[in-house]
Design a protein around this ligand. Structure first.
Ligand code: G3H
Ligand code: 13P
Ligand code: ZN
Length: 332
């Protein structure tokens, strides 16, 4: 089956009260780790590449790695550009065979964001590619650009109808309190659970999400910065020579709640990084004599597979939804 757009995925996700996982890929082991999990659970998946990933791996390698994953696994896969910074990058991905691109104009003024997003939409739609846009601004680090928490701002529900209708975008990333990276909240913003010792962050703004849903009923919403930063992985890393303190993510129960709503796409990158690092560090501590990359990359890849299976079952709820999406794909 060819790479598909996200349209049928989002339709089924919305109807079924689940979300599609959008996982960042940078190399072969990450692509394999994710798609093995999705295939085992008969789940669709979005594989996304940032501009940084394209620079690191070369976009052509990433496209072919994802195409290889499609040959090996019989599941619906979309190839998406994550945080496209400009028209040229979006165009280059569309020309490269991506089926979906994000234009991230969230740091522009409302009017500029509309104008620039619209330009991308026109080129993308003319080439049968869908576009994710962003309104509101998340805190955190992406592609080495750091957005301070005080510059981040929630999406304004009163702006979404005008934005979606004027841009013609196909899905909308919103800001309701998630942020990028493994350090989403400072310890001061969190409360420490006295029983587990785990830092618990403030609730996402589900009131804003509900208001947005009311404004654009049925329109696919995207949640960025949605890693949970599971303490188990942080502990493995720290127990094996790593040094990560006060890493905090979004609690899984909140993401599950979001997945049941109009949120159709949930972005996860930091959790993949933590899982892979945990597998590799653990391996090196146990086998300091090893130097064959296959020996230490395989456990990293296995941890990614375990992580993605857990996400599909406990967070996204997309297990078993692949056949329904494949049946719908010819309509879009
Ligand atoms: O949102 C950003 C993603 O985690 C991608 O990160 O730009 O370092 O590849 P990156
Ligand atoms: P995390 O850093 O929470 O994994 O977010 C990833 C993301 O939003 C990619 O666009
Ligand atoms: Zn993001």
């Amino acid at each position: 089956m060819p790479l598909i757009k996200t349209t049928a995925m989002f339709k089924k996700a919305h109807e079924g009260g689940f979300a599609i996982g959008a996982f960042n890929v940078n190399n072969m082991e990450i692509v394999q780790g994710i798609t093995t999990a999705a295939a085992e659970l008969n789940s669709p998946v979005i594989l996304q590449c940032s501009a940084g990933a394209r620079k690191y791996a070369n976009s052509r390698y990433l496209v072919h790695l994802v195409r290889a994953a499609l040959e090996v696994n019989d599941i619906p896969i979309a190839l998406h550009l994550d945080h496209g910074p400009d028209y040229a990058t979006c165009k280059s991905c569309i020309d490269d065979g991506f089926t979906s691109v994000m234009f991230d104009g969230s740091h522009y003024s409302f009017e500029e964001n509309i104008a620039k997003t619209k330009e991308v939409v026109e080129y993308a739609h003319a080439h049968n590619v869908v576009v994710e846009a962003e309104l509101g601004q998340l805190a955190g680090v992406e592609d080495d650009v750091s957005v301070d928490a005080d510059k981040a701002h929630y999406t304004k529900p009163e702006e979404v109808v005008e934005f979606v209708s004027k841009t013609g975008c196909d899905s909308l990333a919103i800001a309701i309190g998630t942020s990028h990276g493994a350090f989403k909240f400072t310890p001061e913003q969190c409360t420490r659970n006295p029983e587990t010792g785990v830092l618990e962050p403030p609730e996402l703004r589900f009131d804003i999400l509900a208001e947005i849903e009311k404004q654009i009923p049925g329109f696919p919403i995207v949640l960025h910065g949605a890693s949970s930063v599971a303490p188990e992985y942080v502990k493995i890393i720290n127990d094996n020579g790593g040094k990560l303190s006060d890493a905090v993510g979004i609690p899984e129960a909140q993401l599950r709640k979001a997945a049941k709503s109009a949120v159709c796409k949930i972005n996860i990158d930091s959790d993949l990084r933590l899982a892979m690092t945990a597998g590799i560090r653990e391996h090196f501590m146990a086998h300091p004599e090893h130097f064959d990359p296959r020996q230490y990359l395989a456990p990293g890849r296995n941890y990614i597979t375990e992580l993605v299976k857990h996400k599909i079952r406990e967070v996204l709820g997309s297990e078993g939804s692949a056949p329904g999406i494949m049946a719908l794909v010819n309509e879009y």
